[in-house]
Every structure is written in C-alpha cells, then in structure tokens.
Write a protein that binds this ligand. Sequence first.
Ligand code: PGA
Length: 263
Amino acid sequence: MRAKLIAGNWKMHLTLAGATALVEEFLGSYRPKPDVDVVVCPGFVALSKVRSLIKDTPLKLGGQDVFWEEEGAFTGKVSPAMLADVGADYCIVGHSEARGRFGGGQVDPNLLPFFVETHESLHQKIEALLYRAITPILCIGETLAERDAGRADAVVEQQIRGTLQGLEPSALFGVVLAYEPVWAIGTGKVCEAEEAGRMCGIVRETLRDLSDDDVATTARILYGGSLKPDNAYAVFQQPDVDGGLVGGASLNAASFAQIVHAA
Ligand code: PGA
C-alpha cells in the first residue's frame, strides 16, 4: 500500500517569524501516522530556519523550485546541491505558477515571458534532483480553456510524456506527481472528487505506459487545487489519489492539520 503524502506549498508567503509561528502551531497538534508523510515547502530563505524547527519530528522539507546546474555563475538560481545541503527531501517542479499559467490570471500578459518552463527544463531539473536524492514533485494540469476544449486528458498526458520521456524506470521509482488543474488553484473552484480521481488515474496509466508497472504502482499521485478541510476527505477516498499538494490552506496550522488528519 502507498503511504499518503500531504505537502504544504507556502508559495511566496511568510517571513521567518511567520514561518516559525506556523510550524510551531502545527507541531502543537500534529500526531504523526506511519502511513501519512507530511512535507512543508517554504520559500528558499526560510528553508534553513524550518529545517531547524522540524529536525526532531517526522516532518519533511521541500523546495518550491530548483535550477539544474550544480553550481556556477547563475545569478538568482538555487541548485540541487544547495537544497540537499539545507536538508530538503522533496522539491516541487513545474508548478503552474512557475510555468506562467495562473487560475486567477493575476499577471500582466506582457510579463508572462518572465515565467518560462519547457519540457526540457523540467526534465533537467528532475534529473538534477534525482542525482542529489531529492524526490521531485512534478506538477501537471490543464487550464480552463484546455478543459473546455475537451483537451484536459491529452494536455496532462503530453506534460508527463514530454518531461519524463527518457528517464529509466529505476530513476522514476518513487517519483511524486501532482495533478493540479490550473483553474482550481487559488480560485476556490474545486475539482469534483471523482474527476480528480479519474485524472489521477490517467496520470498513473501514462506513467505505466512510459515506464513500468512497478513505477506506476508505487508512484504517489497527489491532487492539488483549493484543497480544504471540508473537501479533502472525499478527494483522498479516490483510489488513485495518494494525498494532496496544499497551497492556501497550508498557511493555516489548523486547516493544514485537518487536511493531514483527513489523509
Ligand atoms: P491552492 O494551491 O491550494 O491555494 O489552490 C495549490 C497549489 O498551487 O499547489
């Protein structure tokens, strides 16, 4: 049986003081379970602080993005070696907000070229993380326009194939994927539990086709997009959903604890 995984994506929120308060409050009510892993993904500058706060707990640490080179003249980038050094166990890759795909459309279209990811850049990031034994959490998901055009399944399949093609099953063993429909991220619009389950099933079958049975059976596939204490349980009941990538609700200790409890 696959252990569930709940990851909190703090995005560009919280100062060191805010991060400390959130972790301390969460740990106050957190009752670890052997079959539920919990990861927190703070902004880069809070990683070290959060590592020290969770060091004697089963909580795991994750980055929100990474660059693929180990070191060098790459101003503003953070390498897998740096993430490993600070004790990161996981790293989000290809989040829709890093791909310039926003559910709420908050960014001036003229600024969209600032957000660039390609299948190749994501592939490089995943290889570089695996080299450092950091588990990638690869995000995939369709926009509302793509869903309305009946292309949701195909888009998700293409994203997975485009990024993971060429990686050996041994490299992909234990990989985490997060199905996050862009239209449900930060919008309060929730994907119906059964549809979330169906899409996560497509993710698993794509992985099976691209790799092998072992990889597909052991991969943990998360749902993300407006997960809240009142909808998490139904989503986690779906056989192909192995947990969640939680944005907004992970910034509130009580809500995050309830989502973990639902898992
Ligand atoms: P949300 O974000 O829970 O705030 O919708 C999820 C995510 O972007 O990972």
